[in-house]
Design a protein around this ligand. Structure first.
Ligand code: NAD
Length: 243
């Protein structure tokens, strides 16, 4: 019960990693506020449905969580979108969507949450980057640059706000078995189960990550066990590097 009495906000709470993360935080005692476009199917202590592309929504959200739950100790910037294709295949809309959800929303949420955490003596922010934020994979320049940006933001904030007792770190997964990955296969005409089985064979540990294998690392980074970690980018890849 590492999070008894702690109040957390999870973005992308209706997604593959998000739903698991919410359950695991609650199982260890946290009160969790969830946000996504539709959180009605999720058991949580507070629900904030909205669009992370709405800048006013992001700016106000941490304050609303404090008003409703009485505090904010942990912020998990987990929501994300993936845009595929080389640069010539990406539109202005792809750019605005990818940078808006993956970079601007966490930027705004961190900017609003940090003063509230500081007032309360500290807190932990865990961003979700990607191993592609550390080394680029091919043909996804928008996604890769957005994940590099959130990795860089994590390092900056980890350094700048440690003195306030606020730790900012990021998890950098390789492939995870979630709707983001599976719908990508389906869009490209592959059977998701067959494609995942093939992908499993490419990972030294024997399988791509399940959501709990990423959420466990997020919980660690949010917990007191990581109390000396500030600005760390933790790659979680089952032994599979980006090639
Ligand atoms: N699945 C992978 O292989 C993988 C690998 C590395 C990193 N990641 C990262 O992990 C995080 C979680 O991804 P996932 O695999 O669970 O994906 P997912 O698609 O299952 O979940 C993402 C969630 O974000 C929400 N979201 C997206 N745009 C939004 C918006 N404008 N407003 C509100 N909510 C919005 C979606 O509704 C969805 O519930 C993402 O940041 C992703 O980039 C995933």
């Amino acid at each position: 019960m590492r999070f008894t009495g702690k109040k957390a906000l999870v973005t992308g709470a209706a997604g593959g990693i998000g739903q698991t993360l919410v359950r695991m935080l609650q199982a260890e005692g946290a009160q969790v506020a969830v946000t996504d476009r539709d959180t009605s199917a999720i058991t949580a202590q507070a629900h904030f449905d909205g669009d992370l592309l709405d800048t006013g929504f992001c700016d106000a959200l941490p304050g609303q969580v404090v008003a409703e739950m009485g505090g904010l100790d942990i912020l998990c910037n987990n929501a994300g979108v993936i845009t595929r294709g080389d640069i010539t295949a990406t539109s202005d809309e792809d750019y605005a969507l990818t940078m808006g959800v993956n970079v601007e929303a966490p930027f705004r949420l961190c900017r609003a949450a940090i003063p509230l955490m500081a007032e309360n003596g500290g807190g932990a922010i865990v961003n979700t980057s990607s191993c592609w934020g550390l080394r680029p994979g091919s043909n996804h320049p928008l996604y890769v640059m957005s994940k590099a940006a959130i990795a860089s933001l994590t390092q900056c904030l980890g350094r700048d706000h440690a003195h306030q007792g606020i730790r900012v770190n990021a998890v950098c997964p390789n492939e995870v078995n979630t709707p983001m990955l599976r719908t990508g296969f389906a869009i490209r005409g592959f059977d998701p189960d067959e494609a995942v089985a093939k992908l499993n064979a490419s990972v030294p540990i024997g399988h791509i990550a399940e959501p709990d294998e990423i959420a466990d690392v997020i919980l660690f980074l949010a917990s007191d066990a990581a109390r000396y970690m500030c600005g760390a980018l933790v790659e979680v890849n089952g032994g599979k590097p980006v090639t």
